[in-house]
Structures are given as C-alpha cells and as structure tokens.
Design a protein around this ligand. Structure first.
Ligand SMILES: Nc1ncnc2c1ncn2[C@@H]1O[C@H](COP(=O)(O)OP(=O)(O)OP(=O)(O)O)[C@@H](O)[C@H]1O
Ligand SMILES: [Mg+2]
Length: 288
C-alpha cells in the first residue's frame, strides 16, 4: 500500500487525458482476459456470515474435482478468508511476462486474494469506495489466469462497492449464486441483493440455503437452529431457482479452519454428496 503522499504525487503527475487513456487500456485488457474464461460465477449475499466464502471455496474445489480448470477470486478486501480456507494463507503471488500469477492450490485450481499482497497477516485494508473499485479492476486486468473453464468470485456481504464492481466489470458474468440462511433477517438482506443483481440484468443462478438444520451428533435429534425452508420460499417469492440446502455440520467449520474444503476432505460424505447435487444444478444452468 502506498502512503497518501505517494498517491498524491502519482495522481498529479498524469493529466486527465492520460488518466482516461489508462482506464480505456485497462478496460480493453479486462475484456481480453475475461474472454479466456468460459464461465464466471459470483457468490453473493446481502447478509454477512451466512457461508458465502465456504460455498465459493467448495464450489471452486468441486469444479476442480470435476476436472475443470478453475480460478477462485476473493474480492472481500476487508475480510479475505479464502486463502485460510484453502490452507494457502502464507503463499506469495508470482510474476510472469503475462502478468501476476495466482497461487496454485492444485494443478487445476488457482486462487487470488488481497491477502497475498498485504505486508503481514493482520494488516487491515482501510480503503474507501473508488480505491476498492480500482483494486478489483486491477485484479481483473493484471492477473494472468490463462485459459480457465470456471472462475468463481467470492464477495463480501451486502450491495456495496465490491459486488457492484464485480457485476459491472465482468462481462459477461454467467450469473450469481445467492447464499442465505433460514432466518427472516437474512431473507430481508438477500432480497435487496437479488434485486440489485436483477436490476443490472444479470441472471441469478439460484439460492442456496446454508446452515439449514443441525443434527445433534450425540442424540441424532434434528434441531433447526436458524429455522428451515425459508430459502425455498424466498426463491419462489423472487421467482429465481432454488438450488438446494446444506445443513450445519461441525465438520464443515473444522475443515474450513484447517484449510481444507469439505469437498476435498471427504468427497463421499453426505454433505459433499448434497453439495455435488447443487453443483450439478449450477452446471445445468450454465449450459442453458
Ligand atoms: N454449513 C455449515 N456448517 C457449519 N459451519 C459453517 C457452515 N457454513 C459455514 N460455516 C462456518 O460459518 C462461518 C462463516 O462462514 P463464511 O466465512 O463462509 O461466511 P461468509 O458469508 O463468507 O462471511 P462474511 O460475510 O464474513 O464474508 C465459518 O466459520 C464457516 O466455517
Ligand atoms: Mg466471506
């Protein structure tokens, strides 16, 4: 990150005309880079903590298991959790003549996050709107993904600068996977997010209800901590597809904390199989 003094010097040293030209060049580069990627999917939610990053990470991991060449871009600039969830939080980005190289998790899974650019773990990013938009557009123009089948983009909660920049800068975006939990307050926030996406004429691929019920590992009784079924009702109300649900499971949280997506840790588990059905639904939507 540059100091304020450095920033002022750089901004003042170019004319408005030159600045416009640079933005145009950047736009052309973004279009070129994105044309090398067959499918681009954003994971979003109006609500925080509902499992967006968990789902983005496992969606990318599932695509990789299905032999797609996959990229995962974390545009949560203030709380980048994706590197930790993949166990690559200490990795550094490479450089090539074609641009910045994302971090390789597996042969066909690469990841990019602001976390890889921070001077130390725990360094906060304190940026206002235009700076955040600029950083995401720089991700899109300067990172050399090469040819990809799938790019999954993990977003921070809400309808702020980051999701808006993703929705407006990645053309064409195949669509948005919306994550909710069954509580009424989550539904209200997700409704706003869906309306933002619809307003920009971008398809909502569907809603996933996460943290949908919990089975007690001791007595096997099912407890609906946050409720159950509201995601499906919301999908019907908003006339968007319902992709399915995932229960709350200790394993999911433990795998995340240990840096291993549950889909890699145990592909045969019930939750992985549930999730793979959701992934097949998403694949169907991409083909249409
Ligand atoms: N189905 C689940 N079962 C158990 N724990 C889960 C489940 N889904 C997510 N979690 C846990 O809940 C926490 C929040 O999940 P996550 O970070 O993916 O949410 P988020 O929506 O990305 O949050 P933020 O809005 O801060 O970006 C994490 O600790 C994660 O491991
Ligand atoms: Mg997150």
């Amino acid at each position: 990150m540059k100091s304020n003094t450095e920033e002022t010097t750089i901004t003042e040293s170019i004319t408005e005309e030159e600045h416009k030209k640079l933005l145009m060049q950047q736009e052309i580069t973004i279009v070129k880079r994105m044309s090398n990627i067959s499918h681009k999917i954003a994971v979003m939610s109006g609500k925080g903590g509902v499992g967006k990053s968990t789902i983005a990470v496992n969606l990318a991991a599932a695509f990789a298991l299905k032999n797609y060449q996959t990229g995962l871009m974390d545009v949560d600039l203030h709380g980048p959790d994706v590197p930790h969830m993949l166990g690559v939080e200490h990795a550094v980005l490479g450089q090539s003549p074609q641009g910045i190289l994302p971090v390789k998790v597996r042969e066909n899974l690469e990841v990019l996050s602001i976390e890889f650019m921070l001077p130390s773990k725990g360094s906060p990013v304190i940026w206002r709107g235009p700076k955040k938009t600029g950083a995401i557009r720089q991700f899109l123009s300067d990172v050399s993904w090469g040819k990809l089948d799938m790019l999954v983009i993990d977003n921070p909660p809400g309808t702020g600068d980051e999701p808006l920049t993703v929705l407006q800068s990645i053309q064409p975006l195949d669509g948005v996977v919306m994550v909710t939990t069954p509580q009424a307050v989550a539904g209200e926030d997700v409704r706003k997010c869906v309306n933002m996406v619809k307003g920009l004429k971008i398809p909502v691929l569907g809603i996933i209800e996460n943290m949908s019920g919990f089975t007690c590992p001791h007595c096997q009784q099912e407890i609906d901590i946050f409720g159950k079924g509201e995601g499906k009702e919301l999908a019907e109300e908003l006339e968007i597809p319902y992709l399915g649900s995932l229960p709350m499971e200790i394993q999911v949280r433990e795998n995340s904390d240990q840096g291993k997506p549950f889909i890699f840790a145990d592909p045969q588990s019930q939750i992985s199989q549930n999730f793979m059905e959701i992934v097949s639904e998403i694949e169907n939507k991409l083909q249409n």
